[in-house]
Design a protein around this ligand. Structure first.
Ligand code: NAD
Length: 506
C-alpha cells in the first residue's frame, strides 16, 4: 500500500521556506478536478511569534537602507516579476481555478502597483518650511510604521497582496502576509522572488494559517497596521479588533455591484460587458457585476442578447486542455459552489425567473470539479436575499426599472458601495450618476472600473472599513507616519531668553 505523504505548503520566515510543526493543516484543492493536491500549514502561536520576530529583525535592517538601495531592490523585483510572471499565473490557476490568461491579468494589475512603488522616493518626501517663525524652520518626515500585516482573500492570490506590499516595502516597512488558505502558494513564489531581488531576510514573511494566525497578527503589539481584504463580516471584525488594539487598519469587504443601463445605450456593447463582468473569473471578483438594472423598455432585448452570448461560453479546466484555454474555470470549492446554488434556489423560491440555469453543470473529464454554469435571473424581487446579499459566483440578476432615478435609488439603498457602472450615451446622465451614486469606484461605459495604481482602490459603506484605500497616495499615507520637526539653530547674534508663554510665531 502506498504511504506517500501529502505535500505540505509551508511558511516563509527568515528568507526561507519554513516547514510547520504545528500539526495543523487544511486541504488545498485543484478546483478543476476536485482533487486535494496538497495540505497547507496552519500556524500555531509559536510559528506566529517566529514570523513576527523575524519581521521585526528584518525591519531593523531594512530601515537602515538608503532610498537609493531600496529602489534598486524594488526595480529588481519588478524585472524578475515581469520576466517570470507566467510561472506565477500557472500556480494561481492550479489552486484557484481561473484561466491562465485571467491569472496573467491579475498579475499585470499587481505589477502596476510594483511599478508605482519604484517611484516611491517622490511619494515619501516630507515637506520643509524655511523660516516659519523668525530663525525657525519646520519640516516633516514620513517614516515607516515598522512591521505591518496583510491578510488576503482567495480570489486574487497575487494581485490583492500586491495592492499593499510593494508600497509597504518601498516605504521601509517589513511585511507579514497571511494569504488565503485556499490558494497559499502564490505568496511563497513572490517571497522567493523578493529574495532573488535582494530584499533582506525577514522583510517579506509569509505566515500560512487560519483565524489563529489572523488573531495573532491582530493582537501582536509588534504589528503596527493591518491591511485586510475579504468578506464584509470578517472585514468588520478585523477593523474593530485591530482598532481596539491601537493599530492602523484598512479592511476592504464584500460587494454587490450594479450596472445601470439607460435606454439610449448600445445594447450589444452592454451585453458583451455584462457577460464579461458577470461571468469572468466565475464571478469571483469583488468588482464583478452582479445586478443589471435595465431601464425599460430595454430589458427583454438585453436579456435575449446576454442569453445568446452565454450559450457560446466555454467552461472548463483553467489550465486548458490540449493547449486550448476555456473562457472560464470552476469555483474555488464545492462548499462555495453549493452556496452559490443555494442563492439561485432562493431567487427561484422568491418568484424570480431563472432564464439560464447553471446549477448542476458537469464538465466531461472533470466530473468532480467545482463547476457552476453561467446563470441569468430575471425579475428578481429586491426583497430576495439573492438580490440583497453577495453571491460571489457566475450569477447575473436583472431588475427592471422605469427610470434613471429608480435605478440610482436602488444602488444607493444597498449595503455595499464597492463598484458600479452606468452604460449610456447621455453625458449629462453619466455626470449626474457619478455625482450622486454612493459607491467608491464608478465606470462610465466601463464595467470593472478598477483604478490604475496611481489612483487608489476602495469602496464605500460595507465595502471598506477604515479611512485609507489601497495603493496610490492613500497607500503611501497608510504605510508611513509623519513627524513634524520645529528647529532653531541659534544665530550667534540672537538670544532665547526666558518666556513661559505658549510658543508664538513671529
Ligand atoms: P474571507 O473573508 O472568507 O477570507 C479572507 C481572509 O480572512 C482569509 O485570509 C481568511 O483566512 C481570513 N478569515 C476567514 N475567516 C476568518 C475569521 N473568522 N477570522 C479571522 N480571519 C478569517 O474571504 P474570501 O472568501 O477569501 O474572499 C472573498 C470575499 O472577499 C468576497 O466577499 C469578496 O467580495 C471579498 N473581496 C473584496 C475585495 C475588495 O476590494 N473589496 C477584493 C477581493 C475580494
Amino acid at each position: 500500500m502506498s504511504t506517500t505523504e501529502p505535500r505540505v505548503i509551508s511558511h516563509w520566515i527568515d528568507g526561507a521556506d519554513s516547514p510547520s510543526s504545528s500539526g495543523r493543516t487544511a486541504p488545498v484543492y485543484n478546483p478543476a478536478t476536485g482533487a486535494v493536491q496538497a495540505q497547507v500549514a496552519l500556524a500555531d502561536q509559536a510559528e506566529i511569534d517566529a514570523a513576527i520576530e523575524s519581521a521585526q529583525r528584518g525591519y531593523q535592517v531594512w530601515k537602515t537602507y538608503s532610498i537609493a538601495k531600496r529602489q534598486t531592490v524594488i526595480f529588481a523585483f519588478r524585472e524578475l516579476l515581469n520576466a517570470r510572471k507566467r510561472e506565477l499565473a500557472e500556480i494561481i490557476t492550479a489552486e484557484h481555478g481561473k484561466v491562465v490568461s485571467d491569472a496573467m491579468g491579475e498579475i499585470l494589475r499587481g505589477q502596476e502597483v510594483v511599478e508605482l512603488a519604484t517611484g516611491f522616493p517622490h511619494l515619501i518626501k516630507g515637506a520643509f518650511s524655511e523660516n516659519a517663525s523668525t530663525g525657525v524652520d519646520v519640516y516633516s518626515l514620513k517614516q515607516p510604521l515598522g512591521v505591518v500585516g496583510i491578510i488576503s482573500p482567495f480570489n486574487f492570490p497575487a494581485m490583492v497582496p500586491m495592492w499593499f506590499f510593494p508600497v509597504a516595502i518601498a516605504a521601509g516597512n517589513a511585511v507579514v502576509l497571511k494569504p488565503s488558505e485556499k490558494d497559499p502558494s502564490a505568496a511563497l513564489w513572490l517571497a522567493q522572488l523578493w529574495k532573488e531581488a535582494g530584499l533582506p531576510d525577514g522583510v517579506f514573511t509569509v505566515l500560512q494559517g487560519d483565524k489563529l494566525a489572523v488573531d495573532g497578527l491582530l493582537h501582536s503589539p509588534v504589528v503596527q497596521s493591518i491591511s485586510f481584504v475579504g468578506s464584509t463580516p470578517i472585514a468588520q471584525y478585523i477593523y474593530e479588533t485591530a482598532s481596539k488594539n491601537g493599530k492602523r487598519v484598512q479592511a476592504l469587504g464584500g460587494a454587490k455591484n450594479h450596472m445601470l443601463v439607460l435606454p439610449d445605450a448600445d445594447l450589444d456593447l452592454v451585453a458583451d460587458q455584462a457577460v464579461n463582468a458577470g461571468y469572468g473569473a466565475a464571478g469571483e471578483r469583488c468588482m464583478a457585476i452582479s445586478v443589471v438594472l435595465a431601464v425599460e423598455p430595454v430589458a427583454d432585448e438585453l436579456i435575449a442578447k446576454v442569453s445568446e452570448r452565454i450559450a457560446n461560453l466555454r467552461i472548463g479546466n483553467g489550465a486548458g486542455v490540449d493547449g486550448v484555454e476555456p473562457d472560464r474555470g470552476p469555483l474555488i470549492t464545492d462548499v462555495h459552489r453549493d452556496k452559490v446554488a443555494s442563492y439561485v434556489d432562493i431567487a427561484e423560491a422568491d418568484g424570480a425567473k431563472i432564464v439560464v440555469d447553471g446549477r448542476g453543470l458537469k464538465i466531461d473529464g472533470h466530473e468532480d470539479g467545482f463547476f457552476f454554469g453561467p446563470t441569468l435571473i430575471d425579475d428578481i424581487p429586491i426583497t430576495s436575499r439573492a438580490y440583497t446579499e453577495e453571491i460571489f459566483g457566475p450569477v447575473l440578476s436583472v431588475v427592471r426599472v422605469q427610470t434613471f432615478q429608480e435605478g440610482l435609488d436602488l444602488i444607493n439603498s444597498g449595503e455595499f458601495g464597492n463598484g458600479t457602472a452606468i452604460f449610456t450615451n447621455d453625458g449629462g446622465a453619466a455626470r449626474r450618476f457619478q455625482s450622486e451614486v454612493e459607491v467608491g469606484m464608478i465606470g462610465i461605459n466601463v464595467p470593472i472600473p478598477v483604478p490604475v495604481a496611481y489612483h487608489s482602490f476602495g469602496g464605500w459603506k460595507a465595502s471598506l472599513f477604515g479611512d485609507a484605500k489601497a495603493y496610490g497616495v492613500h497607500g503611501f499615507d497608510f504605510f508611513t507616519r509623519e513627524k513634524a520637526i520645529t528647529s532653531r539653530w541659534l544665530d550667534p547674534a540672537t538670544h532665547g531668553g526666558i518666556n513661559l508663554g505658549f510658543p508664538q510665531n513671529n
